[in-house]
Design a protein around this ligand. Structure first.
Ligand code: MG
Length: 452
């Protein structure tokens, strides 16, 4: 069972009223502020009903340790990332539980570059909370809150300045676009974005009320209305975003959900056709990205799972594009973070330039199916199980930076332990559902047989 509050190196997440309390939030914000030092901290929130309460706690915690919280209002996670990057802020906090249901909330923590905290910084925050080492200030050292009302416009400007875009051509094409914001923060940015590109729009769940119209994760089972709308109204494309607008899913003009893995694949194909360079994605992203990059003579770096690992690799190696298979596109010209509006802009440009439909572009890509399974391991030691799998497969093509990934000719399998539950997750990808299932079943039964 999922615990009501989870505290980890990536921050704090929980159900409001059942674990995620104001005390915890104040402490967490004070700890983050203690680590940041003195200066401005950009704070934005998605549309959740609890956002205002959480913001008050965060502001109090930050000001108590001498930080100056800046209120960006309701906006997307990438909007806050750009605001931190483009200002002299010493960090940022996004109040959002991302794709989790409406009763959840959480803090996403950003460094002075607008990137997520790395594991070391996350551990430091956690340790400050655990040891109550807050740098509380006397009355004349308390921080001052302010409001900045232009963060969304700044974010849009950064997107419009992407070197690949030819805005006039996109406008002339007069795309018909259906889009679903699930009543999250997408409603604060997608309407302006699509309007700028001269699109005729069919909006769904655009009011940022925080009362999510459906389960917010942008998965096909949650996007039936959007798929029907695209087909029924003759739209050129459909877009769906999660409540904090870092993940983007695409629906083809046929009403087919093309799968979140293909968002980053299409973005990679397009960007590499304009500019050659390395690409970074996490270990469990579709192999289609490699196939596409290889065909264009470009390298792909594989990183641990988690946006910060991809972002750091992109920074280190000068990647021209990157992201994650869950619909996360990262274009370094805007910022080093997953950004759904960036994905939309690239996709519209790709469509207009190629002169092809979404379904044609998608079907021309290498087709893979990923399946995700998990297995209960009870009292068994997950590390010992992983070690045994590693030993048994030492002659295969292994990557052990994050669990075990084994690459085969016909596909791959990625095996990771959970940090919160006694389970091991198995992801497998192959050219068909059946082949992926065979691969996945093979490892599920192996894990089951291992005594550890
Ligand atoms: Mg998200």
């Amino acid at each position: 069972m999922t615990k009501p509050v989870m505290i980890s190196v990536s921050g704090i997440r929980g159900i409001v009223g059942a674990g995620l309390s104001p005390e915890l939030l104040v402490n967490y914000a004070s700890a983050v502020g203690t680590m940041y030092g003195k200066g401005k901290v950009m704070v934005g929130r998605d549309s959740r009903v609890t956002g205002e309460m959480v913001k008050s706690a965060v502001f109090s915690g930050l000001a108590a340790v001498g930080c100056d919280p800046v209120d960006l209002g309701v906006c997307s996670t990438p909007t806050v990332q750009v605001a931190v990057q483009e200002s002299d802020a010493i960090g940022g906090i996004v109040i959002t539980a991302s794709h989790n249901p409406k009763e959840w909330n959480a803090l996403k923590l950003l460094s002075e570059k607008g990137m997520f905290l790395n594991a070391e910084q996350g551990l430091k925050v956690k340790s400050i909370v655990e040891n109550s080492q807050y740098n509380y200030q006397p009355w004349d050292g308390i921080g001052h809150a302010s409001v900045y009302g232009n963060a969304i416009e700044d974010h849009l400007e950064a997107i419009f300045a992407l070197p690949y875009l030819d805005v006039d051509t996109i406008r002339k094409r007069k795309f018909i676009v259906a889009y679903d914001c699930v009543n999250g923060a997408g409603g604060t940015i997608l309407p302006q974005l699509l309007d700028y590109f001269g699109c005729e729009t069919i909006p769904l769940n655009v009011e940022p009320t925080g009362i999510f119209a459906h389960t917010p994760e942008p998965r096909p089972e949650n996007l039936m209305d959007l798929c029907q709308m695209v087909k029924g109204k003759g739209a050129d494309i459909g877009f769906a975003v999660d409540p904090d607008v870092d993940r983007l899913a695409i629906v083809a003009e046929t009403g087919e959900f093309i799968g979140e893995e293909y968002t980053v694949t299409l973005a990679t194909q397009f960007v590499l056709s304009k500019k050659k360079g390395p690409v970074a994605v996490n270990l469990s992203t579709t192999r289609a990205v490699e196939d596409v990059a290889k065909a264009l003579g470009c390298d792909v770096y594989r990183t641990k799972v988690g946006e910060i690992h991809v972002a750091q690799k992109m920074e280190e190696t000068g990647c021209v594009i990157g992201g994650e298979g869950n619909g996360g596109v990262i274009a370094p010209e805007v910022h080093l973070g997953r950004d759904a509006p960036v994905g939309i802009a690239l996709m519209l440009q790709y469509l207009v330039e190629s002169g092809q439909s979404v379904s044609a572009l998608w079907k021309a890509l290498p087709q893979y199916t990923i399946i995700k399974e998990k297995i209960e391991i009870g009292q068994k030691d997950p590390d010992k199980i992983l070690k045994q799998i590693e030993t048994l497969h030492k002659n295969d093509s292994l990557n052990i930076i994050d669990g075990i990934k084994i690459d085969y000719e016909e596909g791959w399998v990625h095996i990771r332990k959970s940090n919160t539950e006694p389970i091991i997750r198995v992801m497998a990808e192959a050219k068909s559902q059946d082949k992926a299932k065979v691969l996945s079943d093979r490892f599920l039964s192996l894990i089951d047989r291992i005594e550890a």
